[in-house]
Ligand binder design. Structure first.
Ligand SMILES: Nc1ncnc2c1ncn2[C@@H]1O[C@H](COP(=O)(O)OP(=O)(O)OP(=O)(O)O)[C@@H](O)[C@H]1O
Length: 725
């Protein structure tokens, strides 16, 4: 293995060779080093008082060589970050376009008022014009000088000035008379020759020009359409002033001695809608010390708290501070619309944007292979966030949703009613029993899935976990299952079943992610009872909105997060939806969740339902089934038949449907013949008839089959009155 010192050795040699090339003396480095280094103390001297050299002489200043420094140098990106992000560029362009569209619209609507006010000012403008011209003709600007010559009784000077004035007045009078004739001639020509529209235009322009000339300085005709907030530029002085006001002794001492107390490592630059300063705090001061005093920092910067975001740099020492100061408070800054609000579906195995960071860039989450916890004090947007994640899951038609709203206010109903396979609301006994049965079934499902995955050949399932391709194969039953529980403490603290819920949930958190089962738990009381440690410690994704103390913070975000400066306690009361997100293999990030209200959620869920209906993937609660009616994991015959009959097939033989169903779910339809399909569809009112077709070997013949339109009609009728299926 290569030792890191080898690189330094190599650089040193290269430097020596370069020096030799430049004509310097060639030095044998090993010999030179041996001469420089003092012999080991214990080998040469037995005197214990001989001091031991810990710094090599000369190395303190020298540091790594030029090449060494180059190798360790950090290269700044050639193309700035905002230019590389298409989304950011699009957002910026859209804002600019909207700004100008607004300005044009604003002024266009007011243009008749502007014209009227200018017309009213036109007489004043005319008087000013005539007066100005007369003064110019009479050379009034030279008058004070001439009067001064009179006062001094300087005859020679006065005569010189008078002669110059006479010449000037003659010339200016000539120009004015000429101008008047040209003007009158032009006006006459326009009156006689020009079409009406040109006359109107000319008179209008003249009146408006006179109106502009007659304007009052203190009453402008045109007002600003947009008040651009004046965010002052962040300068090094302001940053140093703010850091000095934090009351951190090391910074204050350095500043008292005339130093800065902060060493900038990069110029202060624009970064998104704000300024970014980066540098080193004095030795021993950490970024956490600054984050702790964020309010004082905001005061020192003279900016609202929601604009000031000090952050640590994860791959640097703990004193490297990045200070991002936004132009606007994060709460009031305009949020871009969620990309999935109006259209689009989701592949849960891929990252999906769900919120924006302080700089307005989208932050993504991949729901597969995680178990997640959401914690916050009440009313901060916890349920909204859980519903947003459920909506993302709903938009992947393969995902089977289990939604539980233990608070009982119906916040998850938009998703639950339309798409969920299982949905429970409230903390009544029936709901708890319903949830318990579901959790038990999920544990069985988890066991079945682990067996299926174990039995799959390596080339199909190389990493012993579900993949998007495996989830597509309906026959394997490895589609994503997303379980979301709001106020999960109701389950875990239940007097009779709390332990069982905890056991199953812990199992789902630990083994679920690899088998395609995702458990999302939200609670407003993140403590060891409401979020058992077996669950909170194994959660791969954590969302923490405002919490009140260190314990809750660390319960949700992970042990010693608070100490590392990841503090959801710093969020203000008005910071709804703002949270720390830990997951996606990245450090904690501050994210503002996309805002989707109840009607928005209804619309998205309706879209998700349509996609599922088309794919024959709607099941369970959303179809009006009670758990007793639904056997085993989600499937229903009509939906399955619809899924295997393509849109192009108007009529299809039952034997073909049987073969395709057997492939879809071998454990249920395995061995079915055409007759099985006939008798299974009969109770649903779908008649079997003679259908002409071509066999696999190309012979034209007639066999028993169904008409696709009949099937779709029955499904549509059933969906209109859900309980009737
Ligand atoms: N991402 C967001 N952006 C802006 N406002 C939000 C956001 N999420 C939620 N809110 C606002 O916060 C309010 C509270 O949200 P929510 O009901 O989700 O809180 P909660 O934490 O679940 O409260 P509780 O603990 O009482 O259930 C909502 O009425 C909504 O207006």
């Amino acid at each position: 293995m290569k030792h890191p010192d080898d690189d330094h050795e190599l650089f040193n040699r290269l430097e020596a060779e370069m020096a030799a090339d430049r004509g310097a003396d060639v030095v044998d480095l090993d010999k030179a080093r041996a001469a420089r280094e003092p012999a080991p103390a214990d080998a040469e001297s037995d005197d214990p008082t001989t001091p031991v050299m810990v710094d090599k002489p000369g190395t303190a200043k020298a540091g790594p060589g030029y090449l060494g420094r180059l190798a360790a140098a950090k290269r700044r990106p050639v193309v700035p970050l905002w230019l590389r992000s298409v989304a950011e560029l699009k957002t910026a362009s859209a804002w600019v376009a909207r700004h100008y569209a607004h300005t044009i619209g604003y002024h266009a609507l007011r243009s008749p008022v502007y014209a009227a006010r200018l017309t009213m000012q036109a007489p004043t403008g005319l008087a000013r014009f005539v007066g100005g011209t007369m003064r110019w003709m009479a050379d009034r600007e030279g008058e004070p000088v001439r009067l001064a010559a009179v006062r001094r009784e300087d005859a020679a000077e006065y005569l010189k000035l008078s002669r110059q004035r006479d010449r000037r007045v003659r010339l200016r009078a000539l120009v004015a008379v000429l101008g008047m004739f040209v003007g009158l001639g032009l006006a006459l020509a326009l009156y006689v020759l020009a079409p009406d529209w040109l006359q109107v235009l000319s008179v209008g322009a003249l009146v408006l020009a006179l109106g502009v000339n007659g304007r009052k300085v203190d009453a402008p005709v045109i007002h600003r359409a947009v008040e651009v907030p004046k965010a002052s530029k962040l300068t090094s002085d302001i940053v140093l002033r703010a850091l000095g006001s934090l009351g951190i002794p090391a910074i204050n001492q350095a500043q008292a001695k005339g130093g800065d107390g902060f060493e900038f490592t990069a110029p202060i630059t624009r970064d998104g809608p704000g300024w970014r300063a980066e540098g080193n705090l004095p030795f021993g001061v950490t970024v956490t010390d600054v984050i702790e005093r964020r309010e004082r920092l905001a005061s020192g910067l003279r900016r609202p708290l929601g604009c000031v975001w000090p952050e640590a740099v994860s791959d640097e020492h703990t004193g490297r501070l990045v200070l991002w100061v936004g132009d606007q408070d994060l709460k009031s800054a305009p949020k871009p619309a969620w990309p999935l609000l109006k259209s689009g579906t989701v592949d849960l195995f891929k990252p999906v944007p769900y919120g924006t960071d302080q700089r307005g860039r989208w932050v993504e989450v991949t729901l597969m292979f995680i178990a997640g916890v959401i914690g916050a004090i009440p009313r901060m947007g916890k349920t909204f966030l859980l519903r947003l994640l459920l909506l993302i899951a709903a938009l992947d038609p393969r995902a089977e949703l289990h939604s539980y709203d233990m608070k009982g206010t119906g916040d998850l109903d938009p998703v639950g009613e339309k798409v969920s396979h299982r949905h429970g609301v409230g903390e009544e006994d029936e709901t708890i029993q319903y949830a318990l049965n579901d959790f038990r079934a999920l544990r069985e499902e988890l066991r079945r899935r682990t067996k299926v995955i174990r039995s799959l050949p390596r080339d199909i399932c190389p990493e012993s976990k579900v993949t998007s391709a495996l989830a597509d194969k309906r026959s394997l039953g490895l589609h994503p299952i997303v379980i979301a529980v709001d106020e999960c403490q109701v389950l875990f603290e239940h007097a009779d079943h709390g332990k069982e819920f905890e056991e199953i949930a812990t199992d789902l958190v630990k083994r679920g992610p690899a088998t395609g089962i995702v458990l999302l738990l939200a609670t407003q009381r993140p403590d060891a009872k409401s979020l058992p440690t077996g669950i909170s410690a194994n959660a791969g994704a954590r969302w923490c909105l405002k919490v009140m103390g260190q314990t809750e913070n660390d319960m949700v975000l992970g042990t010693s997060s608070y100490k590392r400066g990841v503090r959801a306690t710093m969020f203000a009361w008005g910071d709804k939806g703002l949270h720390y997100f830990v997951g996606e293999g990245a450090d904690a990030r501050i994210v503002s969740a996309a805002f989707v209200d109840a009607p928005g959620a209804e619309a998205i869920a309706a879209r998700a339902r349509t996609v599922r209906e088309k794919a024959g993937l709607l099941s369970g609660y959303a179809l009006g089934e009670t758990p007793d009616q639904a056997t085993g994991p989600a499937y229903d015959l009509l939906a399955d038949v619809a899924a295997v009959v393509s849109e192009k097939e108007e009529r299809v033989w039952n034997e073909r449907i049987a073969a395709r169903l057997a492939e879809l779910r071998p454990d249920i339809y395995g061995g079915w013949k055409g007759e099985n399909v006939t008798s299974a569809l009969k109770p649903h009112g779908i008649r079997t008839r003679d259908v002409a077709g071509i066999t696999d070997d190309g012979t034209r013949t007639t066999r028993r089959g169904i008409v696709r339109a009949d099937l779709l009609k029955v499904i549509a009728e059933r969906n209109e009155k859900p309980g009737a299926a």
